[in-house]
Design a protein around this ligand. Structure first.
Ligand code: FES
Ligand code: FES
Length: 160
């Protein structure tokens, strides 16, 4: 049996230190150790995007990393975007545009979009679709998701 390793991460603004199995996936750490079950696990091999989080401010797949690799990192999960009482802006845009159906893929899309809005122009639907191309929605409601992102990109304006 492998010795547990101590890691310290800042998740949604809160610093936490835990002893983890060296083979524990970051997605399982977030879900099972921290109870942040908004990070969904679909394919578990980096294809679907459901497990997307922000790692030091950039989108990353939590199923492709070990928890020990995140030691010292700042992580944002979908729980950090808003609450039931006060949804964040990306969440309200999704709600207003009916951009979710079963909702399984939604946390991953929300985190990807948060990153893309910060770093990509998103000036055309083609750019928006390319930015979202790493996230798969089995309900295939992409048109509504693109509508939500188009509104968010217009609201944000050009990148500085
Ligand atoms: S669960 Fe991580 S990419 Fe699908
Ligand atoms: S809303 Fe169902 S998988 Fe995307």
């Amino acid at each position: 049996m492998s010795a547990r390793a101590e890691i310290t991460v800042t998740v949604n603004g809160l610093s936490t230190t835990r002893a983890v199995d060296p083979r524990l996936l970051l997605s399982d750490f977030l879900r099972h150790e921290l109870g942040l079950t908004g990070t969904h696990v679909g394919c578990e091999h980096g294809v679907c995007g459901a497990c997307t989080i922000l790692l030091d401010g950039r989108s990353a797949r939590a199923c492709l990393m070990l928890a020990v690799q995140a030691d010292g990192a700042t992580i944002d999960t979908v729980e950090g975007l808003g609450s039931m009482e006060a949804l964040g802006r990306v969440q309200t845009a999704f709600r207003d545009h009916h951009a979710l159906q079963c909702g399984f893929c939604t946390p991953g899309f929300l985190m990807t979009i948060t990153d893309m809005l910060r770093h990509h122009a998103l000036e055309s639907d083609a750019q928006i679709r390319e930015a979202l191309s790493g996230n798969i929605c089995r309900c295939t409601g992409y048109e509504h998701i693109v509508n939500a992102v188009r509104e968010l990109a217009r609201e944000r304006g050009p990148l500085k």
